[in-house]
Structure formats: C-alpha cells, structure tokens
Design a protein around this ligand. Structure first.
Ligand code: ZN
Length: 353
C-alpha cells in the first residue's frame, strides 16, 4: 500500500516536472506568436508605392484605413517627388516617417517633406551623423515639433485596418566599424529594418542593411520571412546573402536604384542570387515606380512601365560601393558621371552593360 502511494507520488512529481519543463519551453513561443500575430485584415486595400527617386530610396505605404508611412525620402531635392506621389495617391500627411539611416540618398529629402507636409512622427535609427543632411533633418523635426522616436526591435506601429509595421533592426549594440567585414559601412549596417504585415501579405524593408545585419537578424530569430523584399542597399553585393534569401522565402524583390549610379547597383551577384532563389524582380531604374496592392489575401504588383532593359543584368561599378578606405557619404560624390564623348558608349553604360 505504502509502496503504491510512493509510486503514485513519484508519477505525480514526474508529471509536474514534465509540465513545468513544457511550460518553460512553450510559453516563450506562445508569447512570441501572440506578439507577432498581426491583427485581422479589414479587406480594404493596402498600397505600397516604391517611388522612382533615382539612386535612392523612398517608399510610401498607405494602409487600408488611410494611415501613411514614408520609408525614406530620397536624395536632397527628392521631397518634391515624394509630395507629387502623395498628391497622386490622394494623401496629404505622413503618420510615420521612417529614416532607415542618415545617408543622403535616404534622408536627403526628409527635411523638405517635414517642412512641407504634416509629419506626425519620425522613427530614426538613432545612429547620429555629422553631415549637413542629417543636421537639416533634425532641424526640421525640431522646428515642426515632430515626435521623434528611435527604433528598437519589436516596436509595433498599428496602421489600422489590420496593417502593422514592426521593427526588426537595428539590434543593439550598434555595429562598429571594426566589427564590419571589408566593404561594411556603419550607418548601412545599423539601418532600420521593418516588416509590414497585412493578413497573409508581408513585406520586408531593409534600408541599406548589410549581410552582417541580415545574419544578426537571423541569429536573433527575427521574423524575416515575407512575400516581398525591398532589396537591401539598392542591390549591393554586400547584402542579400544566400542564407537571408533562404530564410526570407521571398516571392518578389524590388530594387530601388537609378540608371546613373557609380556603384554598380544592382550587382550581378545579387541578381544571380535572386534568380537562383526563384524570386521575381522589379527595378525602379527599369520599371519606374512600382506599386504593390493587397486586400490581406495575396497581392498584386504593377509597374509604371514595361522593363526598359534586362532585369537580371547588373550594372558595372565605377568604384566599390562601400569600400572602407574609399567610402564617402552618398551625395558627396557630386553629380552623376559625365557622359563619355562617344554616344554609343554612353547608351551602353546607361543600360549597364
Ligand atoms: Zn542607399
């Protein structure tokens, strides 16, 4: 009798132990699932406009409920392109302006946008910069009294109607120059990376993140799987690693780049990796503005025009896109390369052959 009771007690203790261990293992997963679960989609249309702003980034998101997010604002002078796109889309204010990092091809037009339309909140990487562009950006935020927030992983911004933006990076501590592989660049590596979710639709917007940023997100178990990828760093060979493509399982990739760029963006290596991963590619240099729409199930991609060249042909670099020794801030290179005297050569260069 006593033995049986002891046996019963042991079984109960073992069961309790199993339950405790299962709880310790399962609860974090449940919490993460709950935290990452997007709200149900309203069924109204979400629109993502990847604007044609040359060798730069600017992406306008309009939620199903009409909330607006602007991810970067193009080069200096690009503010008018953003405003024109806002007018075409019928929106007059930006609820959230995400400055992925302080390079001029991302925040160059931000002060113009902030000074000319209502911007309710700015999300910044928090990595400061000494450039005039960044000073102008901060001055505009101060002058217009815009709410300023620094990005932290797991921050969520509810866009209503079931759409949500979540921050995946930068992951602290920030990358320092000495931690970066050859070709690495600190502001790029510490770019704000966000994901946009709406029902079964999802899109990853990576700024100019480097392969090391991608590795860090994967190591931190960030949810990088998405239907659409805004390719990192205009298609630079220092981003969009094979491992990242495997984890991301992207169906469509959008490259924001200009026909006249010295960095050879997009690189042949990245285009080859995207093709090998069976990813459909759109490029602003060839397609113009690219518009993605979704009602929470599936999505459509429309381009301003048919591609004006071979989508999978990379451009030839005139200098390394971010070699540590020679790297200067974007926008500090001056005007695009001068046209060669031979017109035929010039047209070949424009097609990136
Ligand atoms: Zn850039």
């Amino acid at each position: 009798m006593a033995q049986s009771r002891r046996g019963c007690g042991c079984a109960l203790a073992a069961l309790l132990l199993v339950l405790i261990v299962a709880g310790i293992v399962i609860v974090p997963f449940l919490l993460r699932w709950w935290r990452e679960k997007p709200p149900p989609p309203s069924g109204a249309e979400l629109r993502v406009h990847v604007l044609n702003v040359g060798q730069a980034d600017s992406i306008l998101i309009i939620s199903p409920a009409g909330k607006t997010v602007l991810v970067d604002a193009g080069n200096p002078g690009g503010g008018r392109l953003v405003q024109a796109a806002m007018n075409r889309a019928g929106v007059s204010a930006i609820d959230l302006l995400i400055a992925t990092h302080a390079h001029a091809d991302h925040i160059g037009g931000a002060d113009e946008v902030i000074n000319n339309v209502t911007v309710r909140r700015v999300l910044d990487s928090g990595v400061t910069n000494t450039t005039k562009n960044y000073a102008d950006f901060l001055a505009a935020i101060g002058a217009r009294g815009v709410e300023y927030t620094t990005a932290e992983p797991n921050q969520n911004f509810d866009l209503d109607g079931g759409a949500r933006v979540s921050v995946l990076a930068p992951i602290k501590p920030f990358f320092t120059a000495s931690q970066l592989r050859s070709g690495g660049n600190e502001p790029n590596a510490n770019s704000v990376v966000v994901r946009l979710d709406y029902g079964s639709f999802s899109m990853l917007l990576t700024g100019d993140a480097e392969a090391q940023t991608e590795d860090r997100m994967i190591a931190s178990n960030a949810n990088v799987a998405a239907k659409v990828l805004k390719v990192g760093h205009h298609g630079s060979r220092y981003a969009t690693s094979e491992d990242f493509l495997r984890r991301g399982r992207f169906e469509t990739a959008i490259i924001s780049n200009g026909a006249d760029n010295r960095y050879g963006h997009p690189s042949q290596e990245v285009l080859d990796r995207l093709r090998a991963a069976n990813v459909r590619v759109y490029r602003t240099d060839l397609h113009g503005e690219i518009i993605i729409t979704s009602r929470g199930k599936g999505y459509e991609v429309k381009a301003e025009r048919e591609a004006t060249g071979d989508i999978f042909a990379g451009r030839t670099p005139q200098r390394d896109d971010s070699s540590r020794s020679g790297f200067v801030q974007y926008g500090d290179f001056g005007p695009p390369p001068r046209a060669p005297r031979n017109r035929n050569n010039n047209s070949n260069a424009a097609r990136g052959r």
